[in-house]
Design a protein around this ligand. Structure first.
Ligand SMILES: NC(=O)c1ccc[n+]([C@@H]2O[C@H](COP(=O)([O-])OP(=O)(O)OC[C@H]3O[C@@H](n4cnc5c(N)ncnc54)[C@H](O)[C@@H]3O)[C@@H](O)[C@H]2O)c1
Length: 311
């Protein structure tokens, strides 16, 4: 298996590290030639400063794309046209119809297309998913997500909904195992070019709800969620990976060993590209997340709920 890393910025450098650890990194590509050379030298692999030159000179089976959101569609299109298996960082595309085009191309060329919704690989989320699926603590009724961090100044092309809230949109659909019927959102901006605070409510059937609150205003880094079930309140921290279960009988903190979600995510991509595993994040689900992000922005602009008919 030969894998290339496209985009070696703040996040892509982590992909490159793991691909190198797994012994599958064959080249890196970054529009910034200095970064391309730095990581090519660091991992003793070929380096390129454009996707065209990479495709011209390098033989490989799969690519991970960690470039800015606005470039995902064009970069992924070039790769899929050449029948490469493609992992695109979140959100898969800025526009949902571009995501649908990628999906069709991947299907036509019979290659894997997936997206970096990494929280599904977070052991804390995986444990809550197990509880919800087995109904260990009854039915899942409500989800509350809270993410806050200092504004990332290098993110210029999207606001907090596309950059940050999408993680929670995906996790909500993953835990409910459903798509929302309605989206209502309020968002605004204080310092960023795009929205830097947002609260999004996703309405699922039978009055189930997910409330997603995100902001880039505070100086602290918080990433937490609560799952309200019929017989317990489960609270969790995406960062520490701790899970706390409160029932009428007291509080329990089930332990799980800390694992790097990115490693698990990349392993699943590689195994599915080799036909050994099912891909966990299906491209249709990533397109739905973009559709919900679009609806959240629209809802916020119009001040009304947006009703969706997602498959
Ligand atoms: N899953 C996660 O938890 C997570 C975390 C952070 C970022 N991300 C995602 O990763 C992506 C990158 O974010 P980042 O914070 O690393 O951004 P960044 O700006 O730090 O890095 C982007 C890199 O891509 C390069 N680049 C730009 N256009 C290119 C092109 N056409 N071809 C090749 N290289 C190109 C830039 O030179 C830069 O080095 C975004 O989609 C972001 O949403 C995901």
């Amino acid at each position: 298996m030969k894998v290339v890393q496209i985009g070696t910025g703040g996040w892509g450098k982590n992909h490159a590290r793991i691909l190198s650890q797994l012994g599958v990194l064959s080249a890196v590509c970054d529009a910034d030639p200095t970064r391309a050379k730095e990581f090519g030298t660091k991992y003793s692999v070929n380096h390129y400063s454009s996707v065209d030159s990479l495709l011209e000179s390098e033989k490989f089976d799969a690519a991970i794309v960690a470039t800015p959101t606005s470039t995902h569609f064009s970069v992924a299109t070039l790769l899929l046209q050449q029948k490469k298996n493609v992992f695109v960082e979140k959100p898969m595309t800025y526009l949902s119809h571009e995501g649908e085009d990628l999906l069709k191309l991947a299907k036509k060329n019979k290659v894997i297309l997936t997206c970096g919704y990494i929280e599904r690989f977070n052991p804390a989320v995986a444990l809550v998913k197990e509880y919800v699926k087995s109904k260990k603590y009854g039915e899942l009724i409500m989800l509350e997500f809270h993410r806050e961090s200092r504004m990332p100044p290098h993110i210029k092309d999207v606001g907090i909904i596309y950059d940050t809230s999408v993680h929670d949109i995906d996790t909500a659909m993953w835990l409910f195992d459903d798509t929302p019927e309605v989206v209502f959102a309020r968002s605004g901006k204080i310092r960023h070019e795009h929205e830097d605070f947002a609260t999004i409510m996703l309405g699922f059937k039978e009055n189930r709800v997910a409330v997603i609150s995100s902001n880039w205003i505070t100086p602290t880094r918080v990433r937490r969620f609560n799952a309200v079930c019929g017989d317990a309140i489960i609270s969790s921290d995406f960062i520490s990976q701790e899970v706390k279960v409160e029932t009428n009988n007291g509080t329990e903190i089930p332990r799980k060993e800390i694992e790097e979600p990115l490693l698990l995510e990349i392993r699943n991509f590689l195994a599915s590209a080799e036909g050994k595993e099912k891909i966990l994040v299906e491209p249709e689900q990533a397109v739905n997340t973009t559709k919900i992000a679009e609806a959240a922005l629209l809802s916020s602009q119009k001040g009304t709920p947006i009703y969706l008919d997602l498959k």
